[in-house]
Design a protein around this ligand. Structure first.
Ligand code: HEM
Length: 291
């Protein structure tokens, strides 16, 4: 009994000093778990043991519960914090966006990761579940993290889908990292695919129909050839796109084959290319009256 009392007294002494100096670290929080509630309320009479007393520098790497984070919505003089992918940032300097009355106040005090890419800013949308997002969305989240790291101050992690109470990344965060790696690879592959088969220019107007055409800068890909518009079914994708296909010289995959061994039609005979119905096969421009 005496040893128990001595232990609690020592813990209370240590956490009081830590709180007094603003060292609200995960260790302080761990020690607080051993302090009985009645002792906590006694301590509260003398020192402020609520989380918001901690300053940002001393709490770097701090672990927030959802309730703790919710206190930082900029009400009164309070700081404004938000979380993306479980990582908490101090966005107080962006109070005009995130503070009360700001256009993005709904992001404050929580981890609303999904809404950063879904644009669904309702309560149902402001959640940390990212199941089923596309690879583009996953890259979008990474962009937001980069943005907050650059423009604001990282302060710690919030317990939720991405981090547990010890601040360790969860399976969901590991899955996000895997998806991000896949998304980065896909981005490189897509860039290479765009260089080989540059996107067509396109225009459409109600009543006038649609036009697809190639130029030596279409798709933003500068090149010394123009190519012909083809409906391109990239392997592994479900939707075709319009590609400008090289129509002279060797196929781009085997550019060094002697001219005698190829038909001098570039990539036109690539099996993933289809002539648009109603378009002259040798025309650089295709017009459609399909609406
Ligand atoms: C998924 C959709 C969107 C998200 C998640 C989003 C998120 C944000 C966030 C977080 C900020 C504050 C950035 C900062 O800290 O500096 C911001 C600023 C801004 N957003 Fe959006 N936004 C979205 C869509 C849009 C759209 C569609 C528009 C325009 C039609 C828009 C216009 C702006 C403008 C003008 C600012 C800067 C405001 C200023 O500096 O005063 N946003 N956005």
């Amino acid at each position: 009994m005496l040893r128990g009392t001595m232990f609690v007294t020592t813990v209370v002494g240590v956490v009081s000093v830590l709180y007094a100096y603003g060292y609200l670290t995960p260790y302080t929080r761990m020690l607080m778990r051993h302090v009985p509630d009645n002792v906590k309320s006694f301590m509260e009479r003398y020192i402020d043991i609520s989380d918001h007393t901690a300053d940002v520098k001393s709490t770097s790497g701090r672990i927030f519960t959802k309730d703790e984070l919710w206190k930082y919505r900029g009400e009164g003089d309070s700081a404004v914090y938000l979380a993306v992918l479980g990582q908490v940032f101090d966005v107080t300097k962006g109070r005009k966006h995130y503070g009360p009355g700001g256009g993005y106040e709904f992001f404050s005090g929580r981890d609303g990761t999904r809404a950063y890419v879904s644009g669904d800013f309702t309560e149902a949308g402001l959640i940390d579940d990212i199941t089923g997002l596309s690879l583009t969305d996953i890259r979008g989240l990474d962009d937001w993290i980069k943005f907050y790291k650059k423009d604001y101050i990282y302060v710690g992690k919030v317990v939720g889908n991405f981090y547990n109470a010890e601040g360790t990344a969860t399976e969901a965060y590991r899955e996000y990292e895997k998806q991000l790696a896949t998304a980065e690879k896909e981005k490189v592959l897509t860039a290479a695919d765009y260089r080989r088969f540059p996107p067509c220019n396109s225009e459409s107007a109600q009543g006038k129909g649609r036009r697809l055409w190639c130029s030596n800068l279409s798709g933003g890909i500068q090149r010394d050839w123009t190519g012909l518009p083809r409906e391109y079914y990239r392997p592994g994708t479900t939707k075709p796109r319009c590609a400008c296909v090289k129509d002279v010289g060797p196929p781009s995959e085997t550019p060094n084959v002697p001219s005698a061994d190829h038909r001098n039609v570039g990539d036109l005979d690539n099996p993933n290319m289809k002539v648009y119905p109603g378009c002259e096969p040798k025309s650089v421009s295709c017009s459609f009256n399909d609406f």
